[in-house]
Design a protein around this ligand. Structure first.
Ligand SMILES: [Zn+2]
Length: 148
């Protein structure tokens, strides 16, 4: 059996003191691959996961704007995400979507991130990536909108 941790936030400052040890423990426990979720602290830095993916051969990356940071996203953010999607270790878009776990009252703003990064223009690299995380809707909401 191959173990893949499909959702890690190793860029979090909580790991500053022992990030290498955490990674080593995961590898020792049998985790062969990790997917670093590339939302970090939000725009303008969109490359937190890519930096880790470039450092470790067993780490791959997503790119995206977390729903809680959706208000920071601009047209430049979406253009940069499309560029970064071409990186060979970027395997998914995320985490994006709606997230009501913390009631920040930003659902309307959050919904524009997946719409802008989703499948609106065929043939673009960003449009060929699956979505990762960030689907936390409730009360009948649809978590991700990918097409106009
Ligand atoms: Zn996450």
């Amino acid at each position: 059996m191959r173990l893949v941790d499909s959702h890690v936030h190793l860029d979090d400052s909580k790991f500053d003191a022992d990030r290498e040890a955490v990674i080593e423990r995961a590898l020792a426990a049998g985790v062969e691959r990790m997917m670093a979720i590339g939302t970090g602290s939000g725009p303008p830095d969109l490359e937190t996961a890519i930096r880790q993916a470039e450092r470790y051969p067993f780490i791959f990356a997503t790119i995206g704007v977390h729903p809680h940071d959706a208000s920071k996203a601009t047209a430049e953010t979406f253009a940069r995400l499309r560029e970064l999607a071409a990186h060979p270790k970027v395997l998914a878009i995320g985490e994006i979507g709606l997230d009501y776990h913390y009631d920040f009252r930003r659902a309307r703003c959050s919904a524009r991130v997946p719409k802008a990064t989703g499948n609106r223009r065929r043939g673009r690299q960003a449009d060929r990536h699956p979505l990762a995380g960030g689907v936390g809707g409730h009360d009948g909401d649809v978590g991700i909108k990918t097409a106009p």
